[in-house]
Design a protein around this ligand. Structure first.
Ligand code: GLU
Length: 400
């Protein structure tokens, strides 16, 4: 007899986490490993944010808060979203959770009935389909095309909708491709959604502050205010403020949905850490200019990786508009042999062999529901990126 409940059979361990942990373990064993697998800024959390957390401890802010977060943080999150995107959220329309992941989990568990469908454009972050399946829903995966810049088109969205569709999950800039929808591209999708009043949209904007070449990221309610009463705007401090370990994500949504998220969270984790909330308050309401400095570093690293890897025979990639990932096609190298004679049949084979042979950890495309690629996270030092690209090149050149 197995200890696991039936629902556990519907999900896999998170591949981004599994590969990152494997790289960490190999490093601890003394292997020379360069981990390009975790979607995690290498920058330290800014000092003024850390200081706010220390001061909160000293003031004794170490007790439970309201499940949805402190009143001051909820107001500050609303103010931040309103200032960044020209929205009009109120504090009672905000719920603070333990990372963006819990926001998505809460939303799916609180709203899906068995068999309800969730449209997910692929490639997509590894956890979306698994969270939907845990919540008894059915992920409807819609593969996007490289020639469309990995963007879902209005025609594809329309074709994926059925009477059972309950949600569309959007993520711009996208993990793992870095694709950022323009206002017009997003409007084309929201126009379709306007025709289907039963469908909600979850817009994962966690990378919205990380866009390059002067581009802006847009969010659903900003381009179509008529969808405000059926949109969950998701954001958080992990990526833009280099605060992954603090575990703070936010939901902004109509009060009726927020009430359900809070009810669920009140019976699971309750409020997220009170000290992390104080830090997040400083992050969203304090000076924002350091983000520009991080952005110029990320942009230079993006260019380094794109230029280095597009020169490797057999690899190809485009220049992403946002986030800190490059999604690299490895299709031309599948079927080739390692010097040992082993044939690389899939992107997963490629990523495994790359780690074994060179110590460079990347995440294979199939984990993001689009095989034939691998994801590089360039949120790591320039020196390590240069060395990793050298090793990837040597590895690809060793194939026959
Ligand atoms: N979102 C990050 C990634 O894609 C963090 C790891 C995770 O939770 O998936 O690598």
């Amino acid at each position: 007899m197995t200890i696991a409940a039936g629902r556990m059979g519907r999900i896999l361990p998170s591949q981004t986490i599994a590969i990152t942990q494997k790289a960490r373990a190999l490093k601890a064993e003394g292997r020379d490993v360069i981990s390009l697998s975790a979607g995690e800024p290498d920058f330290d959390t800014p000092d003024f944010i850390k200081k706010a957390a220390i001061e909160a401890i000293e003031r004794g802010e170490t007790k439970y808060t309201d499940v949805a977060g402190t009143a001051s943080l909820r107001q500050a999150v609303a103010d931040r979203l309103n200032a960044d995107f020209g929205l009009d959220y109120r504090a009672e329309e905000i719920c603070v959770s333990t990372g963006g992941k819990q926001v998505i989990y809460n939303a799916m568990v609180a709203t899906l009935n068995e068999g309800d469908e969730v449209v997910i454009p692929a490639p997509a972050w590894v956890s979306y389909p698994d969270i939907v399946q845990l919540a008894d829903g059915k992920p409807v995966i819609v593969p996007t095309k490289a020639e469309n810049g990995f963007r879902l088109t209005a025609e594809q969205l329309r074709a994926a909708i059925t009477p059972k569709t309950r949600w569309l999950m959007l993520n711009s800039p996208c993990n793992p491709t870095g694709a950022a929808y323009s206002r017009e591209e997003l409007k084309a999708l929201t126009d379709v959604l306007l025709e289907f009043p039963q469908i909600w949209v979850l817009t994962d904007d966690i990378y919205a502050k990380l866009t390059y070449d002067g581009r802006e990221a847009y969010t659903v309610v900003q381009v179509e205010s008529r969808l405000r009463d059926r949109t969950l705007t998701m954001n958080g401090v992990s990526k833009a403020y280099a605060m992954t370990g603090w575990r703070i994500g936010f939901a902004a949504a109509p009060v009726a949905l927020i009430k359900e998220l809070v009810k669920l969270q009140g019976q699971s984790t309750s409020n997220t850490c009170s000290i992390a909330q104080a830090a997040a308050l400083a992050a969203v309401s304090g000076p924002q200019d350091f983000i520009k400095d991080m952005l110029s570093v990320y942009q230079a690293r993006r260019d380094l990786v794109v230029e280095a890897l597009s020169q490797v025979p057999g690899l190809s990639c485009s220049r992403p508009e946002g986030a800190f990932y490059v999604f690299v096609s490895v299709k031309d190298l599948l079927g080739r042999r390692l010097p040992s004679g082993h044939v690389l049949e899939s992107d997963e084979d490629f990523a495994k062999a790359l780690l074994d042979e060179t110590g460079v950890a990347v995440v294979h495309g199939a984990a993001f529901l689009l095989p034939g690629y691998f994801r590089v996270s360039y949120a790591t030092s320039t020196e390590l990126l240069e060395e990793a690209c050298r090793r990837i090149r040597a590895f690809c050149e060793s194939l026959s």
